[in-house]
Design a protein around this ligand. Structure first.
Ligand code: BGP
Length: 461
């Protein structure tokens, strides 16, 4: 074993309720924005495959948890669906949902798999979107009520809680770049959504602490460090600004309890600050997370902007820097994302040196591939050596970060089994386990799943 990991290291994977459960509108569940959006704009979704076509975890979780065991999991993250637990957003709790999530937790614990539970994975209940989604304070209250309900119902047995997965994604995709519902392009509204999300997060952390449960609470952030084209001051400044918008806008408030002052300044000058109510900053300041989840897929590369900032166009962050395509960069052709393994180490060093060496784990990292069926061997097992290599190459850097003192508690791959994804549907597969859509959703462990088991058993490779 060349790369040995700490004894208590978490090996597992991440998934989410909306991407796996299926059972879209049965047993009391109501629409989320995804079900709604698919019903009105199905052409937005790859091959018109909507969010009801998931891997049916709702009915098959027992079989799936067995497969988790067989692929070496000691922990697994998924999310509760707000639209299943409290179908009207606020108020009555759906007993069938309580029974379902209880059974999942029981089954995991019975298999010695630690459940990590996330509360929000891009899945606003449609009735709450109709009230304004994250632009509405009423929705913030609704989220806090939902969070507290989860803590009370499941907090006795779930030890690791997360409020949000990648909270910046609904901001970017929903309010800036026209990729998720409600597909708005308006920076001021995006800023409000950001602030409200952070307030909702901090108030949920506060509610958790008040209940005095034994567990820990955190948030899962996708960190995409920005690198300058060169060390010239214009490029360096561009990278700094890009980091403020895309990383530190969430990372700083949830860990240090405040927004970066230069981001605030920059928005203030442009009259883009969201409304901050009395008490908001106190609750943010008083409720830093216990731990962080870090999703890492790709860096950002930027350079100084050529043109001056436009004076009369509605503001976009891209007015302050230009994208930079690094020659010779490695790219995942199926997803279009750059693959740069050592960035994971840079993140670890940054958290160690600038964020008080906060405990964290890699909560997502993975490789989406189109057309994997062609790698099936005679035993019908997908030989995904590229995925094994991908994980190894990242883990080498994680190992180095740990050796150098970063407080990294585990590694979760995205994802456990092939699942449905936001508008890409089933285009790219990420799983350790194949889900055969043409064959009754049959599950087959891929070569990477077998390898992952060995990785966990040996606690290294
Ligand atoms: C993350 C999300 C996941 C997952 C993953 C892969 O941003 O948290 O839900 O989908 O990315 O991305 P995609 O499925 O879009 O390729």
């Amino acid at each position: 074993i060349h790369y040995q990991f700490p004894e208590t290291f978490w090996w597992g994977s991440a998934a989410s309720g909306p991407q796996t459960e299926g059972a879209a509108l049965i047993d009391g569940r109501k629409q989320s924005i995804w079900d709604y959006w698919y019903s009105v704009e199905p052409e937005r979704f790859h091959n018109r495959v909507g969010p009801e076509h998931t891997s049916d975890f709702y009915h098959r979780f027992k079989e799936d948890i067995k497969l988790m065991k067989e692929t070496g999991h000691n922990s697994f993250r998924t999310s509760i669906q707000w639209s299943r637990l409290i179908p009207d957003g606020f108020g009555e709790v759906n007993e069938k949902a309580v029974a379902f999530y209880n059974s999942v937790i029981d089954e995991m614990l019975a298999n010695d798999i630690e459940p990590f539970v996330n509360l929000y994975h891009f899945d606003m209940p449609m009735c709450m979107q109709e009230k304004g989604g994250w632009e509405s304070r009423e929705v913030v209250d609704g989220f806090v009520n939902y969070a507290e309900t989860c803590f009370r119902l499941f907090g006795g047995r779930v030890k690791y809680w997360f409020t949000f997965n990648e909270p910046i994604v609904p901001v970017e995709a929903g309010y800036l770049y026209n990729l998720h519902y409600p597909n708005v392009t308006d920076f001021k509204r995006a800023a409000t959504v950001t602030h409200h999300t952070i307030v909702a997060h901090a108030r949920a952390v506060e509610a958790f602490k008040k209940l005095n449960l034994a567990g820990k609470i955190g948030i899962i952030l996708n960190l995409t460090p920005s690198y300058p084209r060169s060390q010239e001051s214009g490029d360096v400044a561009a990278a700094h600004i890009s980091n403020l918008f895309f990383n530190r806008s969430f990372l700083d408030p949830v860990t240090k309890g405040e927004y970066p002052s230069d981001l605030v300044e920059l928005l203030k000058e442009r009259n883009l600050l969201p409304a901050v109510e009395a008490g908001d900053m106190e609750v943010i300041r008083n409720n830093p997370v216990d731990l962080l989840g870090v999703n890492y897929y790709q860096p950002r590369r930027v350079k100084a902007r050529k043109e001056p900032e436009p004076e009369n166009a509605p503001f976009m962050p891209e007015h302050l820097f230009d994208p930079y395509i690094m020659p010779g960069r490695k790219i995942n052709p199926h997803r279009g994302w750059e693959i740069c393994e050592e960035v994971i180490y840079d993140i670890m060093v940054d958290l160690r040196d600038h964020y008080g060496n906060i405990p964290f784990f890699i909560s997502e990292n993975g490789m989406g591939v189109e057309g994997e069926e062609k790698f099936r061997n005679e035993e019908v097992v997908i030989e995904d050596d590229y995925r094994i290599e991908f994980v190894k190459e990242h883990l080498k850097w994680v190992h180095k970060g740990i050796q150098e003192g970063a407080n990294c508690l585990g590694y979760h791959i995205w994802t456990f089994m092939d699942n449905w994804s936001w508008t890409n549907s089933y285009k790219n597969r990420y799983g350790l386990v194949e889900v055969d859509l043409k064959n009754g959703l049959k599950r087959t462990i891929k070569k990477s799943g077998r390898w992952y088991k060995q990785l966990a058993v040996n606690n290294g490779f």
